[in-house]
Write a protein that binds this ligand. Structure first.
Ligand SMILES: Nc1nc2c(ncn2[C@@H]2O[C@H](COP(=O)(O)OP(=O)(O)O)[C@@H](O)[C@H]2O)c(=O)[nH]1
Ligand SMILES: [Mg+2]
Length: 708
């Protein structure tokens, strides 16, 4: 029998890297009896950081699913990485959790990672609580950390506990909810319950009253009873807190020492007593706008929130049962591709350890292996049901690089590996750019790229080098020019002859017909890379047969694809063919194509050609302190500042910046702001490059041509 929905608690551990999430998880597993010995991140033997790379780095990279039994509940715990590069793991874990547990480091207070993740808590509207960890540290400052949290996240942040003696001598917690003091034995574990000492009674009582008031405010009935009796019964208090937490009206604060195993049991108790079960949460949104309540009756719906490929077992899929009951052997249909998948075995996970189970009920998290064609962000249903759980919106990539295999022969293998990684990691986008003739990776940051490289080396046995992506420059012209070209070849047998006269002009919408030419035919080509070629056939008196017009246009288009200045795409040009010559025997399509290409190239050079570059809008959110450095740096990037504003706790800068100046900007911004900044970039327009840069680009292209 699976666990009942109302007894399931799905919690995700969040927080800045190093605050102690993985250690805290290990402690919970130990306290709940799931493991008999506690590992440490330093020794690389925790249940959560089981991946070799995590052990090597002593830091989490992937989200890890674990579970414990505590009192009536099965608590599913997802430990997440704290580094911003792996925010995809955080977002997907938050999607399937019902309570977010944000850890704060008592020696550092609110950190950058805390702030970035808080934005997601607000966005997802998940009930949340704080745990101030490391109160045993000699530099721990519980009060300052609490104050920062209240300042930053608002008065809904409410202390439920405080450490009596923070620092190296830490062993007691005052609990204002239960109005009791927990005193821990030297090596932690189960505390002794004691009366709150007289010196702490006033503070504890004031905190307790604040909790009672906050709970009473959640509901009219509670409020009435509170006014009548001046307090709330234990049951009423619990009800009020439950409602308040569920509605994001109350964010409780607890404290603990994960390394000394002091405080985790009480936190699990609170999760069991007060935190929402999946049934307490609002019905889940479906893609079609309707909602799905979490109930065991009716058809089964599951959602895959994470997939990872391992050499040993192939695809390992992590999922949440959103409705119904999933039994081993069940067949479900993938709503994205209509494929049927058989769930031959179901598991509960504790890191890499998996325990087989017969069924999983609505609300539970589980694992299966060997699904054939199902990936992250897909929903599977009992046959005949067509539900699609609202997909996870992963953050947009922020770092863009091109990749090459060390040897050209490995290209195919590399592409296959990248596509497999892309399937399991939706925060990576792989793009084959025809214009740039490069394979681009759009990722979250340098560390993200390094991990991808490591994984494709380990798992797929192929490597890659990162190179700078080319900039998709464009070429155009700024004034009219006329040119002719005669192509003539006499080699032995059949000769080749064609002569083409053309006028080229910068094209703009609504321009008048060319002066002194009579237009017989107009063709407008929308170029695949944007912009237009307008082709006018103005031949009078049959100097060139109209049957050659296609070949002539083709010759021009060929040169427009690889422009005369830098080999970039050309755009927005009008070409009028107004004269020429042909030969009754030697003229053919090929000859006219070649003549047109050459005439176009020569005319282009005479018409004050201009290189255009892509300009992006950069929206930066940063802390006050980082503002000056970021603005100073933007000035070195040919940026035009469009606006500045404050947005919540951030400063907002909007700027127009050439793409060529944005290489690795995410890493640069991170170091300029110590991580207290984020940005998005969106394509805005093409604009002329300055003269000196144009000269440099043309020169560089010449060198490249000579090398080839
Ligand atoms: N003193 C002290 N150190 C801790 C505590 N919890 C974690 N640490 C240490 O903090 C470091 C980071 O811990 P880890 O669990 O990897 O943090 P995570 O990045 O949030 O998962 C490790 O060196 C831990 O030993 C604690 O409660 N007290
Ligand atoms: Mg960790």
């Amino acid at each position: 029998m699976g666990y009942d929905t109302k007894n399931i608690r799905n919690v995700v551990l969040l927080g800045h890297s190093g605050c102690g999430k993985t250690t805290f998880t290990e402690t919970m597993l130990f306290e709940a009896g799931a493991i008999s010995r506690r590992g440490t991140v330093e020794e690389g033997n925790t249940i959560s950081d089981f991946n070799a790379l995590e052990q090597e780095r002593s830091n989490s990279i992937f989200s890890t699913l674990m579970h414990v039994s505590w009192k009536d509940s099965k608590i599913n715990i997802i430990d997440t990485p704290g580094l911003d590069d792996f925010v995809g793991e955080v977002v997907s874990s938050m999607k399937v959790s019902d309570t977010s547990v944000m850890l704060l480091n008592a020696k550092n207070g609110v950190e950058v990672g805390t702030e970035l993740i808080w934005d997601y808590i607000e966005q997802f509207k998940t009930p949340a609580m704080f745990v101030i960890n490391q109160v045993d540290h000699e530099k721990a400052d519980f009060e300052a950390t609490l104050e920062q949290a209240i300042n930053r996240f608002g008065p809904k942040v409410l202390a439920f506990q405080y450490p009596l003696n923070p620092g190296t001598g830490f062993n007691s917690i005052i609990d204002a909810l239960r109005m009791v003091m927990y005193v821990f034995p030297p090596d932690g574990g189960k505390p002794e319950k004691k009366e709150i000492p007289a010196s702490e009674r006033d503070r504890a009582l004031a905190m307790h009253n604040a909790l009672v008031e906050a709970a009473a405010e959640e509901n009219e009935g509670l409020m009435e009873r509170f006014f009548e009796e001046g307090t709330l019964s234990e049951e009423d208090l619990a009800d009020g807190l439950r409602i308040g937490i569920g509605k994001q009206d109350i964010f409780p604060v607890f404290c603990c020492s994960a390394t000394r195993n002091m405080g985790s049991g009480r936190i699990m108790g609170f999760i069991n007593d007060i935190c929402p079960s999946p049934t307490d949460r609002p019905p889940k949104k479906l893609e079609n706008g309707t909602t799905l309540p979490c109930v065991t009756q009716g058809p089964t719906t599951i959602f895959i929130y994470k997939t990872i490929y391992t050499a040993r077992v192939g695809n390992v899929s992590y999922f949440k049962v959103y409705s119904g009951v999933l039994k081993s052997g069940d067949e479900l249909v993938n709503a994205a591709n209509d494929g049927t998948e058989r769930f031959s075995s179901l598991f509960l996970a504790n890191g890499k350890n998996r325990d087989q189970v017969d069924e999983l009920r609505a609300g539970d998290l589980g694992v299966t292996v060997k699904l054939k064609n199902s990936h992250t962000n897909q929903t599977l249903n009992t046959k005949g049901t067509d539900r699609q759980i609202a997909r996870i919106k992963f953050p947009e990539p922020r770092l863009h690089v091109a990749v090459e295999p060390p040897s050209k022969n490995d290209m195919e293998k590399l592409m296959r590996a990248l596509h497999l990684i892309e399937e399991e990691d939706p925060t990576l986008v792989v793009e084959q750019s025809a214009t740039l003739k490069q394979t681009l990776l759009h990722a979250q940051g340098q560390l993200h790229l390094d991990i991808i490289k490591y994984r494709i080396e380990q798992v797929y046995g192929v490597s890659m080098d990162f190179v700078k992506p080319r900039i998709p420059y464009r070429e155009t012209i700024t004034k009219e020019a006329n040119e002719m070209y005669r192509h003539k070849k006499q080699t032995g047998g059949a000769g080749q002859f064609a002569e083409v006269h053309m006028r080229i002009e910068p094209y703009f919408e609504g321009m008048a017909d060319p002066t002194a030419l009579s237009v017989k035919k107009t063709e407008v080509d929308q170029l695949p890379w944007g912009g237009k070629l307008v082709f006018l056939w103005c031949i009078v008196g049959g100097s060139i047969d109209a049957k050659f017009s296609n070949a002539i246009k083709k010759g021009i288009l060929q040169k427009m694809e690889e422009g005369p200045l830098t080999g970039s795409n050309c755009q927005d040009i009008r070409v009028s063919i107004y004269d020429g010559k042909m030969h009754p025997v030697d003229s053919n399509d090929m000859a006219f194509m070649l003549a047109a290409t050459q005439a176009f190239k020569a005319a282009f050079q005479k018409s004050q050609p201009q290189i255009l570059e892509p300009i992006y809008e950069l929206d930066i959110l940063c802390s006050d302190e980082a503002m000056g450095d970021i603005m100073g740096d933007l000035q070195t990037r040919r940026a035009i500042i469009m606006g500045m504003d404050s947005e919540g706790h951030y400063q907002k800068i909007i700027a127009k910046v050439p793409l060529a100046e944005l290489y690795q900007y995410s890493s640069i911004l991170r170091s300029l702001s110590q991580g207290r900044a984020k940005f998005t970039q969106t394509f805005l327009e093409y604009a002329s490059v300055p003269g000196d840069i144009q000269a440099r680009l043309i020169e560089a292209h010449k060198d490249e041509d000579e090398e080839e």
